[in-house]
Design a protein around this ligand. Structure first.
Ligand code: BGC
Length: 767
C-alpha cells in the first residue's frame, strides 16, 4: 500500500507536492457531473508528467482498429471517449516568468477533493527561479445543477514583491487522446470568436461530426473589488485566450474568476451551439461564483442525503466508501438515457470510456438503491435503444436471429478488439437480461416488462437458442468456445456460468411472457406479433432449459468452471511464491491461460446472481473450491467474494475482500491508478457494504436485511430508497435501527422477521 493521502471523513487531502504522484492524484481528484468531467490537472501550465484530460459524456471517436492479424467479424474501430477542449487553463506569469510547479520550488502544497461539496481546491506557495514567491489558492467545480457550466476561482498573492501579474485564461482544443491508435488528433477547428472578455471555440471531430462549443469569460478582482485591465486576444489553431496584465502589490490578493460553458451537438443543432453556450454562460455569470458554489453544495447535500454511508470508528473506511459513492455520483447522474458508465468514468482514458457489462452487473444496484428508480430505468433503456444494433451484431457473426449485445460499446455497435472477448465473452448478454429482472424485482415496475423488457429478453433468449448445440449422444445442449467472466481462460467448452445464465434468461423470458399473457393480454398480443414469436420457439427454449448441460464434479460436489477445469493443476494461490503475483504482470499469457488461476468471480458470479436458487451448502462448497484459486486481478472480483463470504458467515474473509476493493484507488493498490480510477468497481464496494455487511436483498416485493457489523467498526449506516421510501439502516454493536426518512411506509424483513416501518418511523432489532 502506498498511502500518501491524509485520512479524513469528507475530504481527500494531498499535502506536499510530489511529482511522481501527480498523475495518480490527477485521477483520484477528478471531478465530474455526469455530463462532463476531468482529471485534476492544474489550471496553470505544467511541464511535468501529466495526463491532461477533459471529457464530455457521450462524445467519442471511432478510432480505427489496430490489430496484428485481422479476423472477419472484428469491429472496425475502438470507440474512445474523447479528450476534449481543455477549458480550465489559466497560464500565469510573474514579471515575465511562467508559474510551473514542475520547475519552481513548491511549499505548503495542499490539494483537497471536498466530497461533501463537490469541489476541488488547491493551495500552495511557489518560489520562482527569480526568488519571487507567490501564494495560490484555487477552487473549481463542474456544476451539478447547471451541467454545462464549470467555474474556477484562482487567487494569486505576491508574498515578497510587488510586480506585474500576467494572466492568460484560455480554451485549448488542440488536445490528443493518450491512447490514440495512430497518434492521430481527433479534433479540427470550426470557429472561434472573441468578445470583450469572452471567447468562443468550436471544434468538431474528424469522424462522426460531434461539435463541441466552449465559451469562456473571466473577471479579475483585487481586495474583493473588480479591476479593469487591458487584455489582448491570443489566437492559435483550436485555441483562444486572453492575455491580461494586472499590477499586484505585495500581499495583495488578485482573484481571477473563470466561467466556462461547454455545449455539444448531442444536445443542440450545429447552428444553435454558440447561442446555447452563450446563454448558459451568461446565466452562470449573472448568478456569480458564490451562488454557483452554493448551488453546488446544495446539490451534493441532496446526493448525500440519498446515498451516504457512515462508518463510525474507522476513518480510512469512511473516507474510502465516500470516495466511491462520490465518484459514482459524479460519473452518472441518470437524466440522459443515451449515457452510461465507463469503467474509468471521467478519470482516465483506459477502456475507452465505453459501456461494459460492468454497468448491469455491478453499477445498477447502486443506482437502484440510492436514486429515483427513473435513473436505473434509464440504464436499461440505454440497452433497449441498442437492441437493433445488438441484432445486427449477431447477424455479423453469422447468427440468423437474436441479439448479441457488445462487450464494449458507445452507440450499440461492438467495438472491442480482442477476438476472445469480442466473439466469445458472450456472457455479457446474460447480465443485460439479468438487469431487467433485477430492476423489476427491486422497483416493482412491472410495466417495464411490456414496455421494453420483453423485447430485449426475447432477442437475447433467441441468441442463446442458436448459440447452444444439441448433442444426441448426451441428449443435452452444450455451449462451445466461450470465455467466461474469468478472462484467464479462453475458448473453453461449457463455461458453467454462461450455460447457467443462458438457460436462466430463457426461463425468465418465459415467465415474463406468462405474466404478460395473463396481465396485459393486448400488449402481449402486440409483442408476439412484433417479435414474430411462435409457440415452437418458446417450446424450444423450454427444451433447452430442461436439457442444458452443466459441468459438475460429483466428487467435490461443485459446478465446474468449464469441461476441462479439473485437468488443471489446482495448487491454491496461497502456495504460489508471491513473486509471481500479479500474474498478469509476471506470467506469459499462455501460462496464465493454462493455469487454474481465476481472474474474477465466474462460477461464483452465477451463484451470486442466482443466489435464491442455491442453498448455503452449495454456495459454500463452490466458494471453498474457487476462492483459493482466485487472484482477484480484476477490480470487479473482491466485491462478489466479499458479499458471498458475508452470506456464508466467513466474516474475516468478507472484511479482507472488502478492504481490497474499498481503497483500491486511494492507496493505488493495483499500481495503475494513474490510468484512471476503477469507477465501475466502486459500485461493487458499495454493494459489499449494503448487500454484504447489510445483507440487503429484495424478495417477493419485500426488502430483506440481514446485517452484521464486521467488528472493525463501531457502527455503520447506509441509505436505501425502496419503492417510494427512503430508509436509513444503522448497524450498531448490538442492534439494527431502521429509520424511515420518508412519509411512505415500508415493509421489510430483518433477520427474517416482518416489520412495517411507518412514515418517519423506525424499528430497532437486536442482533
Ligand atoms: C474485466 C471485465 C470488465 C472490464 C472492464 C476487465 O478486466 O475482466 O469483466 O468488464 O475489465 O471493467
Amino acid at each position: 500500500m502506498k498511502q500518501y493521502l491524509k485520512l479524513d471523513k469528507w475530504n481527500i487531502i494531498e499535502e506536499d507536492f510530489q511529482l511522481h504522484q501527480h498523475e495518480i492524484s490527477e485521477s483520484i481528484f477528478s471531478i465530474g457531473n455526469g455530463y462532463m468531467g476531468q482529471r485534476a490537472n492544474f489550471e496553470e501550465s505544467y511541464s511535468g508528467p501529466s495526463l491532461q484530460g477533459s471529457y464530455m459524456a457521450g462524445v467519442y471517436y471511432p478510432d480505427k482498429t489496430r490489430v496484428g492479424w485481422w479476423k472477419n467479424g472484428y469491429p472496425e474501430y475502438f470507440a474512445k471517449v474523447l479528450n476534449s477542449t481543455n477549458w480550465i487553463g489559466i497560464h500565469i506569469e510573474i514579471d515575465g516568468q511562467p508559474l510551473d510547479l514542475a520547475t519552481c520550488t513548491v511549499k505548503e502544497f495542499s490539494r483537497v477533493l471536498n466530497m461533501k461539496e463537490g469541489t476541488l481546491s488547491r493551495s500552495f506557495t511557489a518560489e520562482l527561479e527569480s526568488g519571487k514567491e507567490i501564494r495560490v489558492e484555487a477552487l473549481r467545480f463542474v456544476s451539478m445543477t447547471r451541467h454545462e457550466i464549470g467555474a474556477i476561482r484562482y487567487a494569486v498573492t505576491p508574498l515578497n514583491f510587488s510586480g506585474t501579474l500576467t494572466v492568460t485564461p484560455y480554451l485549448d482544443g488542440d488536445v490528443q487522446n493518450k491512447d490514440s491508435n495512430y497518434e492521430e488528433k481527433f479534433w479540427v477547428e470550426v470557429a472561434k470568436e472573441f468578445g470583450e472578455n469572452d471567447a468562443l471555440l468550436t471544434v468538431k471531430t474528424k469522424k462522426l461530426d460531434f461539435h463541441l462549443t466552449s465559451v469562456m469569460t473571466f473577471e479579475i478582482s483585487k481586495n474583493g473589488e473588480p479591476v479593469t485591465f487591458e487584455s489582448e486576444h491570443i489566437e492559435k489553431d483550436k485555441y483562444v485566450g486572453f492575455r491580461a496584465q494586472v499590477e499586484a502589490a505585495q500581499n495583495e490578493q488578485i482573484v481571477i474568476y473563470k466561467y466556462v460553458a461547454n455545449v455539444t451537438s448531442r444536445d443542440y443543432g450545429f447552428g444553435q451551439l454558440a447561442d446555447a453556450g452563450r446563454s448558459a454562460l451568461q446565466s452562470a455569470v449573472e448568478a456569480g461564483f458564490q451562488e454557483l458554489h452554493k448551488e453546488q453544495i446544495q446539490a451534493w447535500a441532496d446526493k448525500w442525503r440519498d446515498s451516504d454511508i457512515v462508518i463510525e470508528g474507522d476513518v480510512a473506511a469512511q473516507q474510502a466508501i465516500r470516495f466511491n459513492i462520490f465518484q459514482l455520483n459524479q460519473t452518472y447522474s441518470g437524466e440522459d438515457d443515451r449515457l452510461n458508465i465507463g469503467p474509468k468514468g471521467f478519470t482516465g482514458e483506459k477502456y475507452g470510456g465505453s459501456t461494459y457489462w460492468d454497468t448491469e452487473a455491478y453499477c445498477l444496484p447502486f443506482y437502484l438503491s440510492t436514486a429515483d428508480s427513473a435513473i436505473a430505468r434509464n440504464l436499461l433503456i440505454y440497452r433497449y435503444k441498442h437492441l437493433e444494433k445488438a441484432k445486427e451484431n449477431a447477424r455479423k457473426l453469422g447468427f440468423t436471429k437474436g441479439a448479441l449485445y457488445p462487450m464494449v460499446t458507445m452507440n450499440g455497435e461492438e467495438c472491442h478488439n480482442e477476438w476472445e472477448i469480442t466473439f466469445e465473452e458472450i456472457h455479457r448478454n446474460g447480465a443485460i437480461a439479468y438487469a431487467v429482472y433485477n430492476y423489476v424485482n427491486y422497483t416493482g415496475d412491472l410495466d417495464y416488462l411490456g414496455q421494453y423488457g420483453l423485447e430485449v429478453l426475447a432477442e437475447i433468449a433467441r441468441f442463446w437458442e442458436e448459440r447452444v448445440n444439441y448433442v444426441p449422444a448426451k441428449d443435452q445442449y452444450v455451449m462451445l468456445g466461450v470465455t467466461g467472466p474469468n478472462e484467464y481462460e479462453n475458448n473453453v467448452n461449457n463455461n458453467w456460468y454462461t450455460n447457467r445464465i443462458a438457460s436462466w434468461t430463457m426461463e425468465y423470458t418465459l415467465d415474463v411472457l406468462d405474466y404478460l399473457r395473463e396481465n396485459e393480454p393486448s400488449r402481449y398480443a402486440e409483442l408476439v406479433e412484433k417479435l414474430h414469436l411462435t409457440e415452437e420457439e418458446t417450446a424450444k427454449w423450454q427444451e433447452i432449459i430442461d436439457k442444458m448441460y452443466y459441468p459438475f464434479d460429483p466428487e467435490r460436489q461443485v459446478f465446474l468452471q468449464q469441461d476441462g477445469f479439473l485437468d488443471k493443476d489446482l495448487t491454491p494461490v496461497k502456495d504460489l511464491d508471491p513473486k509471481h503475483l500479479p500474474l498478469n504482470q509476471n506470467w506469459s499469457w499462455d501460462r496464465i491461460l493454462r493455469s487454474a488461476y481465476i481472474k474474477q468471480a465466474d462460477v461464483l458470479q452465477g451463484l451470486f446472481f442466482l443466489g435464491d436458487r442455491y442453498d448455503l451448502d452449495t454456495k459454500k462448497r463452490n466458494f471453498d473450491f474457487y476462492e483459493p484459486l482466485t487472484v482477484h486481478e480484476s477490480s470487479l472480483s473482491p466485491c462478489v467474494h466479499s458479499i458471498m463470504a458475508c452470506e456464508l458467515g466467513y466474516r474475516e474473509k468478507a472484511y479482507e475482500m472488502y478492504l481490497r476493493t474499498s481503497r483500491l484507488d486511494l492507496d493505488n493498490y493495483n499500481n495503475d491508478t494513474e490510468d484512471g480510477c476503477h469507477t465501475t468497481s466502486m459500485a461493487g464496494t458499495w454493494m459489499s457494504v449494503v448487500h454484504g455487511f447489510g445483507g440487503l436483498k429484495v424478495k417477493d416485493g419485500a426488502l430483506h436485511l440481514n446485517p452484521f457489523n464486521p467488528g472493525h467498526w463501531k457502527s455503520f449506516s447506509f441509505k436505501v430508497m425502496f419503492r417510494g421510501s427512503r430508509l436509513k439502516v444503522t448497524v450498531g454493536e448490538h442492534d439494527v435501527l431502521v429509520t424511515n426518512e420518508s412519509e411512505v411506509p415500508a415493509d421489510i424483513l430483518v433477520y427474517g422477521q416482518d416489520y412495517t416501518v411507518g412514515g418517519m418511523g423506525n424499528v430497532k432489532v437486536a442482533h
